[in-house]
Write a protein that binds this ligand. Structure first.
Ligand SMILES: [Ca+2]
Ligand SMILES: [Ca+2]
Ligand SMILES: [Ca+2]
Ligand SMILES: [Ca+2]
Length: 408
């Protein structure tokens, strides 16, 4: 080989080696991305399964003690940081439970925490201190059934909520909602029926009957996400900083008054029903042991003081004593006339449950958030509704006992 040709071969080989190295680097980069994508997908799936495990824990509890609200309404011992699986410890020696129940502290004190998957069953705590939460499930009968309540009850519940949100047209919004629900096509004052909805692009008809979901109300004239969810856009019952800074950040309509103003959705349901005397289902009785104050106060014939005393008294009583709705009379919180007026609207039964569960881990920052509506038919649970809420954010301050957004 002449020295001239050799001089050409070397650079060619070098260029080839360089190109090969580039291809290899590209391949390695691609494989790494693929692997981390895979492990992220695996983690997401694990978080999902952790939440599903939480659902099984809920079902177990409901099968055993469906009517005893003390077993499932607010039970942090069972429903907070529930351990699904860890390579390093069992449920009985879970360091988070052993060390004063603070997961935050446990994570801070240990640089390398072993893989551990957990769930929390979370719920809004309406009548507690502001910005508190609950670990448990909620009977749908805690809420007012929009398809089962009277127009007077719906007005008594919804109008004050809308005024609190600063909506001056609250009566008009209520009129439109009632027109949407009532059978006829006659507009009440400031209401809206199909003649109005037909003029929209695209046009549609008023429902003129029971709604299937609360979100359906977004079709009602004047209704928006603000009406349904109020300032609580991440739906955790807690005033988050962005929910109290007016138009600095989404939501842009909050009034920055330091108080969480709810929308109407947390107080309404389409799911509650129980078997009546004649065998057919009765929609919309209200669970006197779990309904928030606002809902109790809206029951036709209820007095404001009576509702307040029910809320105060039921916290003092044990689960056994709450199993008959007559307790509101026998303990004297309602006088006989008030009791007579409201007794047909009250129940202690709980058949449909709203369940919200977070699935997450100690060792990776991945979490999923889901909601279910379950109906318990004896020991059998039927899922009526299921939704992935992960896009609303993790939201719940599960690593703190209390959470005061104003101090953030
Ligand atoms: Ca109508
Ligand atoms: Ca919130
Ligand atoms: Ca805001
Ligand atoms: Ca507010």
């Amino acid at each position: 080989m002449s020295s001239k040709r050799r001089a050409i071969v070397l650079p060619v080989v070098l260029v080839l080696v360089g190109l090969l190295a580039l291809v290899m680097a590209g391949f390695v980069f691609f494989m790494r991305a693929e692997m981390s994508g895979l492990s992220a997908r695996r983690d997401i799936q694990q978080a999902h399964l952790a939440a599903e495990s939480g659902l099984q824990e809920v079902l177990l509890t409901l099968r055993e003690a469906r009517f005893d609200s003390k077993q499932w309404f607010d039970v942090p011992d069972v429903f907070r940081h529930g351990l699904v699986y860890s390579e390093a410890f069992e449920r009985d020696d879970d360091p988070v439970r052993e060390q004063s129940g603070s997961r935050e502290q446990y994570l801070e004190e240990n640089d390398l925490v072993p893989p551990a998957w957990r769930f929390s069953v979370v719920a809004v705590s309406f009548d507690d201190q502001p910005d508190m939460m609950r670990y448990g499930v909620t009977p749908e009968a805690s809420r007012m059934n929009i398809n089962g309540a009277t127009e007077e009850e719906l007005t008594a519940l919804v109008e004050p909520i809308l005024y609190d949100l600063g909506l001056e047209n609250a009566p008009e919004l209520v009129a439109c909602m009632l027109d949407w629900l009532d059978e006829d096509d006659e507009e009440r004052t400031n209401g809206a029926e199909s003649t109005y909805y037909n003029t929209l692009e695209p046009g549609y008809y008023a429902k003129n009957g029971p709604v299937d979901t609360l979100e359906e109300l977004l079709l009602v004239k004047g209704f928006s996400a603000a009406v349904l969810y109020g300032e609580d856009v991440n739906r955790n019952g807690i005033l988050d900083p962005n929910e109290d800074d007016a138009d600095d950040s989404f939501p842009y309509y909050d009034n920055a008054d330091g108080i969480l103003d709810y929308g109407i959705a947390p107080f309404l349901t389409v799911w509650s029903s129980e078997p009546g005397a004649e065998g057919q289902n009765v929609a919309g009785k209200i669970n006197v042991n779990t309904a928030p104050l606002r809902v109790l106060q809206a029951i036709a014939g209820m007095t404001p003081e009576g509702a307040e005393q029910i809320v105060a008294m039921r916290q003092e009583m044990d689960g056994e004593a709450l199993l008959e709705p007559q307790w509101v009379q026998t303990t004297g919180v309602l006088d006989p006339e008030t009791y007579e007026a409201v007794k047909d609207r009250l129940t202690v039964q709980a058949l449909q449950f709203h369940v919200e569960i977070l699935g997450y881990a100690d060792h990776v920052r991945i979490a999923r958030r889901y909601e279910w509506v379950l109906e318990m038919r004896g020991p059998i649970a039927q899922v009526l509704y299921h939704r992935d809420l992960t896009r609303l954010g993790f939201a719940w301050p599960i690593d703190e006992d209390t959470f005061v957004a104003a101090e953030q």
